[in-house]
Design a protein around this ligand. Structure first.
Ligand code: 8YV
Length: 332
């Protein structure tokens, strides 16, 4: 037993990056992906000075109550709806995320999903693999063009903006809705115009969801909103499952009230609504929009940097690069 503070890492990451912690911390990294029940999570956190966790770890007052030395929970994600931020703040624990380092990879993948749904790539591949190619015809597998169409973005944060910037290459118009409109310079850079939510729903040919999950955004797209969309529209969700009412979406897709969808995130994932699994006009993806080698390494490095910085070490000593509740730092 050394006198070093302990860091617990809840999942396998990249040992060469995590090694940067070793001079200063006693590091324990889980060797495989595990879903921790609250009591097991509390036991893991109890002896720690820092924890690097992922979205599966739901951490609130109960989980940190028995962890008096815990100073930082570094989330391996930009979203942090798995963390009860007021509870961590009340306990004097810093939360950090992986802001910005994943924007471009997530934006790339969003376009892969959008185009895949528009051109029915996954369904066509299933059909080819099933040996049906001999039956193809001139009017088989007709998809939707993006050129000249409107891309709507609900949630124009940094990821939304990275998605918007790519739209010019596809000849699309961009509209967005946020709680408030963006500065004119950003609107100009993204060639995007602000619309209220009903107008965005009505005008979008492709609607991308890029909002964080909050009480306000839960089921931002439900039956009422789907009814306001064009029946020819395509919905793409790279945000959080809870932003969409999956049952209502499956009904709209099944009844032809929406042309297609592409989903990287699901309510209650890893469970996928069975009605979605049964449909051919939805591209399903297991929450991998940020999953590239470079980006997942950068996310790991950022979590490590936040931990090192809080303990006065590393390149950002004393200044964690991406605090979510910086008021905790101000109090120290
Ligand atoms: C996850 C994400 O972090 O950053 C987010 O908010 O949803 C993803 O990048 C990733 O799937 C690892 O859990």
């Amino acid at each position: 037993m050394t006198g070093k503070p302990r860091v617990w890492i809840s999942r396998p990451t990249f040992p060469d990056i995590v090694a940067r912690l070793e001079p200063y911390f006693e590091v324990t990294a889980e060797p495989e992906e595990t879903a921790f029940m609250p009591a097991a999570l509390a036991a893991k956190l109890a002896p720690c000075g820092a924890a690097i966790v992922g979205l599966k770890e739901r951490i609130g007052a109960a989980e940190v109550a028995g962890a008096p030395a815990l100073r930082i929970v570094a989330n391996l994600a930009v979203g942090y709806d798995n963390l009860d931020i007021p509870a961590l703040t009340a306990a004097g624990i810093l939360a950090s995320n992986t802001a910005d380092v994943l924007n471009e990879s997530v934006a790339d993948y969003t376009w892969a999903l959008l185009l895949g749904a528009a051109r029915r790539m996954d369904a066509a591949e299933r059909w080819l693999r099933a040996g049906h190619w001999h039956a193809t015809g001139f009017k088989a597998w007709l998809g939707l063009d993006t050129r000249g169409r409107t891309l709507g973005i609900l949630g124009m944060g940094r990821i939304g903006q990275a998605i918007a910037r790519r739209a010019a290459g596809f000849g699309m118009r961009v509209a967005y809705h946020n709680r408030s409109s963006l500065p004119a310079a950003i609107e100009a850079e993204c060639a995007a115009r602000y619309l209220d939510k009903p107008a965005l729903l009505a005008e979008s040919d492709f609607l991308v969801l890029a909002v964080p999950l909050t009480a306000e955004s839960r089921h931002a797209i439900g039956a009422a909103e789907l009814a306001q969309m064009k029946p020819t529209a395509v919905l793409v969700n790279i945000a959080r499952g809870g932003v969409v009412d999956d049952a209502a979406l499956a009904a709209a897709l099944g009844e032809g009230r929406l042309a297609a969808a592409a989903l990287d995130v699901f309510e209650g994932e890893p469970h996928v609504h069975p009605a979605l699994l049964a449909l051919d006009n939805v591209v399903l993806s297991p929450h991998i929009a940020s999953a590239t080698w470079d980006t997942r390494r950068a996310m790991t490095a950022m979590a490590v940097d936040n931990v090192l910085a809080l303990f006065g070490r590393g390149p950002h000593a004393g200044r964690p690069p991406s605090p979510v509740n910086p008021e905790v730092l101000a109090r120290r």
